[in-house]
Design a protein around this ligand. Structure first.
Ligand code: CA
Length: 656
């Protein structure tokens, strides 16, 4: 085993076996297909074709040894809809595997399928335009799970829990409020982030009558959509067409689409398709062949190896081109080597430099990849054009993700001010932020604001609402709602890129479940009744989004501009942060004051001037005047955000 491991990294191996062609997998033509698989250690490879994606008997077609460790075969005829696998023989033992480059597959992803992708395109697909994005900091990201979003009996959606559920126009809750696709449009976010939609292992796609539940962070086929969200998981073309229909519907409503991609590990390790085809190559293993487990899920891909990097880069580019995907969120990005992420960035730039890239800048366990090579938060300055989640900000706002009773800024913790300020400047260098006082990172880790993804909560851990309940058991609802709104106001007005967990705009609860990956619909579903129940919170979030989209001051493009234009104000007490933004580029508002008061009592703050229009207060948010302030100070109510605009430029903008 050791000898094989060493040989994979040797220059000799690179020279003999690094294949850089663009024809791995099936190259479809109506008159015949080319099949090519990289299997340098195989003694023999046979292509098996099947009439169906499961159960049927196959036909054997021996492949020929070809260039640089690949095996190749041309088969005549129109093979669209033909299922296939490779039978790979190594050391006299033969095993069947799905093509790592398969673009379609049968039920449960156990066989690849030859697909003429042209036949999977919905009408108008080639003319479909991507909504414009001028700069990454213009993005407002909304994370959702396909099934959760429409499965509720009150969603008003016909194709509940499916890709098609998000194509339905004009769906309503019993209270006649928009749900599904129109809810997203109404909220005003710019990007929808889809929790894993490439084929995962843990939901049995054949059990549609009694469906299983999983988030899908257990990948199986990187280039194939998940079947359980389709109306027919048996026909490999259907899931492709329906995912494209969904993407088209979202884009037609002005939304860009981000995929949450899990390339850091696969559900299976020794028995995975990758490891059957080239044992020992795709994963980080020790000298005894044990799988390293930096993912916490049993294995980790060796992204630094040539053919692994190629597999990932090719896959990302395939999704970007074939499915018109506008962004990628890399699960456990810290398990990637820096060079791989930068290679993806540069390849995506060739397709569309507006494709957004970010990830979890951490790992899920011990990885042998040296820290200096990991695409972790602390190294993000070496990843230009790629961002990471700002966990300093997340935990400072509402408390530690794992220690449930531990509060943050909005729910009473002391000493969070510098971490809040770090988030406000998107973790960039600022002379008024004392990074030695910041929660986890003691330096300005982001070179530019687009590298900081700002959030309170995501699919992982407690929802924001549940977290507030844990830190304040028995607290009255009014106080908890105020904390919740303050947390959202902080994220949606800060520099960098805001990220919302779906349903947080109406106080999403998972009933205290902090790891609901397999907990089923009752816990995970978006409960559309809550939109009516907490409609004032929805309106508040909608107003904050409108404010952000209307005013470039809240989404400055460079760290230099933030340093110059954003200045923190002295505050009269702890549990408060306030700042001015003056003459932000392109913003008609000359001066904006933002104040967060996390105290349980009102606080009076001095203002740099005595003529102000309030656009955000404890109750409402937006771009309309809520109240006037004609003195050089303002009293900010307990647990609230206040945003004031200098009256002169406000009136000028509104033509008065
Ligand atoms: Ca699956």
């Amino acid at each position: 085993m050791q000898a094989v491991q060493l040989s994979f990294s040797s220059p000799g191996f690179a020279e003999k076996y690094h294949y850089n062609g663009d024809d791995l997998g099936v190259t479809y033509r109506p008159e015949g297909c080319s099949f090519r698989v990289w299997a340098p250690t195989a003694e023999n490879v046979i292509l098996i074709t099947y009439p169906t994606g499961h159960d049927s008997a196959g036909e054997y077609h021996p492949m020929q040894k070809s260039d640089l460790g690949t095996w190749h075969l041309e088969l005549p005829g129109d093979l669209h809809g033909t299922y296939y696998n490779y039978l790979v023989t190594i050391d006299g033992i033969s095993a069947e595997a799905v093509d790592p480059y398969a673009k379609a597959c049968g039920v449960n992803g156990m066989r690849g399928m030859v697909v003429d992708l042209e036949r999977t395109n919905p009408e108008g697909w080639h003319q479909l335009k991507t909504p414009p994005l001028v700069h990454f900091t213009d993005a407002i990201i909304y994370e959702l799970h396909i099934r959760d979003f429409t499965i509720d009996q009150n969603s008003g959606v016909t194709n509940k829990g499916k890709y098609l559920g998000l194509t339905e126009h004009g769906t309503y809750s019993p209270q006649k409020l928009a749900t599904g696709l129109y809810h997203l449009k109404e909220l005003g976010v710019t990007h929808v982030q889809l929790m894993p939609v490439f084929d995962f292992f843990t939901v049995d796609e054949s059990k549609s009558a009694n469906p299983e539940y999983n988030w899908g962070y257990d990948p199986q086929n990187f280039n194939v959509p998940e079947g359980s969200y389709s109306t027919d998981p048996y026909n490999g073309a259907v899931r492709i067409r329906e995912l494209k229909q969904m993407i088209k519907a979202l884009k037609e409503q002005g939304l860009r689409v981000i995929m949450d991609v899990v390339y850091n590990h696969t559900y299976l390790s020794r028995d995975s398709h990758l490891n059957i085809i080239v044992p020992g190559y795709y994963y980080r293993q020790d000298a005894h062949g044990n799988f390293h487990n930096g993912s916490g899920c049993g294995n980790e891909l060796a992204t630094e190896r040539f053919m692994v990097r190629k597999l990932i880069v090719d896959s990302v580019c395939y999704w970007a081109r074939e499915y018109k995907i506008d962004g990628f969120r890399f699960d456990l990005m810290g398990l990637f080597d820096i060079a791989t992420i930068n290679e993806i960035r540069s390849r995506l730039n060739e397709i569309d430099p507006g494709i957004i890239m970010f990830g979890e800048g951490w790992v899920g366990g011990h990885s042998p990849l040296p820290d200096c090579q990991k695409a972790i938060k602390g190294n993000v300055r070496q990843l230009p054009g790629t961002g990471v989640f700002n966990d300093d900000f997340r935990d400072a706002i509402k408390g530690h993700v794992f220690f449930h009773e531990q509060p943050g800024f909005v729910n009473g913790a002391t000493g969070m001010e510098e971490s809040i300020k770090c988030g406000i400047v998107a973790a960039t260098d600022h002379d008024q932020v004392d990074y030695s006082q910041v929660l986890y990172s003691h330096f300005a880790w982001a070179a530019e604001p687009a590298q900081s993804i700002n959030y309170n909560s995501s699919h992982d851990n407690l929802t924001l609402w549940d977290k507030l309940q844990k830190t304040h058991p028995g607290e009255n609802q009014e106080t908890l709602v105020a904390m919740h709104k303050l947390a959202l106001a902080i994220v949606l007005t800060s520099q960098g890129i805001p990220f919302l967990h779906s349903g947080s705009e109406f106080l999403r609860t998972k009933h205290g479940n902090h790891n609901s990956y397999n907990a089923g619909d009752r816990i995970n579903k978006i409960d559309w009744q809550r939109k009516a129940r907490y409609f004032h919170v929805f309106r508040y979030v909608q107003g904050l989004i409108l404010l952000r989209k209307s005013h470039p001051a809240f989404r400055m493009r460079t760290a230099a501009e933030i340093r110059e234009q954003l200045r923190f104000l002295p505050m009269p007490a702890g549990h408060m942060v306030g700042y001015t933004i003056t003459d932000a580029e392109g913003d008609p508002w000359r001066q904006i004051v933002t104040i967060f008061n996390a105290n349980q009592i009102p606080k009076t703050v001095s203002l740099p001037g005595d003529n102000w229009v309030v656009v955000v207060n404890k109750e409402q948010a937006g771009v309309l005047p809520l109240e006037m302030v004609n003195v050089p100070y303002v009293t900010v109510p307990a647990l609230s955000a206040y945003i004031l605009v200098d009256a002169a430029s406000f009136e000028e903008e509104n033509g008065q």
